[in-house]
Design a binder for this molecule. Structure first.
Ligand SMILES: Nc1nc2c(c(=O)[nH]1)N[C@H]1C(S)=C(S)[C@@H](COP(=O)(O)O)O[C@H]1N2
Ligand SMILES: [Mo]
Length: 230
């Protein structure tokens, strides 16, 4: 891929403006009676969602289907296709050529543990979606992992600026067991919504459930309502 287009910032701003109302109305931004404990996060939700035990960053558990793929940075590619104006295939160098961010984020697993303040480095998912250009009919995103895992997001969740394509943890390459070279994190939903070893972002004009959503996990995945199953 050539260098990012000079109007990328404008495209991101236009996309943000188009989706702002729908993003503001999502449960993790607009729930009037969120459950949980602790001081509020930046969106007014209690920092500790209900039913969660806090773990330290150094204790971050590994949870997946048990088939860790062997992909290194040199071989990793990300396809962005489906309901987009221009399909993309990005390599790791292409990802590094996009605007980079580092952010501390909370991570809430549906199995009952949370970690506050993991130090991620990566690219905002909205940046890559603006680069491809969302087709007018696009409403959902299905994220695919190299282990054939899938998980779905409505675009008002996927386009939140805190949804990241993460390639670094504490300033070092993201460990393979946590989804390196590149994974998705979605801090305002349960952690299964973030595909490890992400290799494809499939834009859809309708909802299509992913691996766990088919098997009974909640399609909403809202941590501040204990929204875990069905
Ligand atoms: N590719 C892929 N991504 C995945 C999974 C998986 O099995 N495969 N498991 C999900 C689940 S259920 C959880 S809880 C988180 C766990 O991430 P971690 O292992 O880094 O804690 O990854 C999610 N992303
Ligand atoms: Mo999970």
């Amino acid at each position: 891929m050539p260098a990012p287009p000079p109007d990328l910032d404008l495209r991101i701003a236009a996309q943000r403006a188009r989706w702002a109302d729908r993003i503001a109305a999502t449960p993790a931004r607009a729930d009037p009676r969120p459950l949980g404990d602790g001081p509020p996060n930046v969106h007014g939700m209690p920092r500790e969602p209900p039913g969660q035990n806090l773990l330290e960053p150094a204790e971050w558990p590994v949870l997946d289907l048990g088939r860790t793929p062997a992909i290194d940075r040199a071989r990793w590619r990300l396809a962005v296709d489906g309901a987009v104006e221009g399909p993309l295939s990005l390599g790791f160098e292409d990802l590094l050529a996009l605007p980079q961010v580092t952010e501390r984020q909370d991570f809430h697993c549906v199995t009952g543990w949370s970690i506050l303040g993991l130090a991620f480095g990566g690219v905002r998912l909205e940046t890559v979606l603006a680069l491809a250009g969302l087709a007018p009919e696009a409403t959902h995103l299905l994220c695919h992992g190299a282990d054939d895992y899938t998980t779905n997001l409505p675009l008002e969740e996927a386009l939140k600026p805190d949804v990241l394509l993460v390639h670094a943890l504490d300033g070092r390459p993201l460990p393979v067991e946590h989804g390196g070279p590149v994974r998705v994190v979605v801090p305002e939903l349960y952690a299964w919504k973030g595909a490890k070893w992400v290799t494809r972002l499939e834009l859809l004009a309708h909802d299509r459930r992913g691996y766990w959503e088919i098997r009974g996990y909640s399609n909403g995945a809202h941590p501040w309502r204990d929204d875990r199953m069905w």
